[in-house]
Design a protein around this ligand. Structure first.
Ligand code: MN
Length: 257
């Protein structure tokens, strides 16, 4: 391993080590520091912050274009970050980046997102961390997203982040000439109106397939999903303390004893 003074960057994702987005992100990070890739061996989107406790975690070296690219793990995004930091790397990375996810991680999607959870795990381990998502589900051109990733990564390395705080970056899938700028945003309230499609399999058994229609419930322009819709790169600071401080005081007044 290279032991230069360049920052050491752990790259992971939830779309799996085969995904074009993690290749794009690792390439972008080469310009910023030493890159180490540890990622799931298959797609693990929407697994949230799940970790694997009942099965062993196995790791193997994954090659791309004939040379070593990174370590593939039969686990979740959070597993990958834990394993990288606690077992595979013999140093603590200076930065954890996750992505570039295909599909936005805005509003309520953040709760389900494996991309964001990988970054959250980095934060829990005391490492500044960033999640990157591109607002399209189709294979696409990552060049503008790569540029954003380099800029944000450099700024995080330079300025650091508060303890317990990560950055959630969402990039519109537009040509650079159509991007309006960067907006610092808050998490929206949009969610999916669930549709559980009822189907019948070839054995005549009923099964269900979860889908949904997106509902945007907060249309302020400083909301993550609205900013992306309007053509801005959205950057939201997130933290994982889920306490509702507004209600905490009132809850103390309840007659519970
Ligand atoms: Mn994903």
């Amino acid at each position: 391993m290279n032991t230069s003074n360049r920052p050491k960057i752990l790259v992971t994702n939830d779309d799996g080590i085969f995904a074009p987005g993690i290749f794009a992100l690792s390439q972008a990070m080469e310009a910023v520091g030493e890159v180490y890739v540890v990622a799931p061996d298959a797609e693990r989107s929407a697994v949230g912050h799940a970790i694997t406790l009942s099965d062993p975690l196995r790791v193997w070296e994954f090659e791309k274009n004939g040379s070593f690219f990174g370590w593939a793990v039969n686990g979740t995004p959070a597993d990958c970050v834990k394993l990288a930091v606690k077992a595979l790397l013999d140093f603590k990375p200076d930065l954890v980046v996750s992505g570039i996810n295909l599909g936005p991680n805005t509003a309520m999607n953040v709760i389900y997102s494996g991309t964001v959870s990988a970054a959250t795990e980095g934060t829990i381990l005391g490492i500044p961390s960033i999640a990157f998502s591109l607002s399209t589900f189709r294979k696409t051109d990552f060049s503008f997203a790569q540029k954003v990733a380099r800029q944000v990564a450099r700024q995080v390395l330079q300025n650091g982040l508060p303890e317990d705080t990560l950055l959630n970056v969402n990039i519109p899938a537009l040509p650079e000439s159509e991007i309006k700028g960067i907006k610092i945003t808050r998490q929206g309230k949009g969610r999916y109106e669930e549709i559980l499609e009822k189907r019948v399999d070839p054995m005549k058994r009923t099964y269900y397939w979860l889908g949904g229609k997106k509902l945007i419930l907060d249309t302020d322009e400083d909301v993550d999903e609205v900013a992306v819709m309007n053509g801005y790169v959205s950057i939201t600071p997130l933290h994982y303390d889920l306490t509702d401080y507004r209600f905490l005081k009132q809850l103390k007044t309840w007659d519970l004893e």
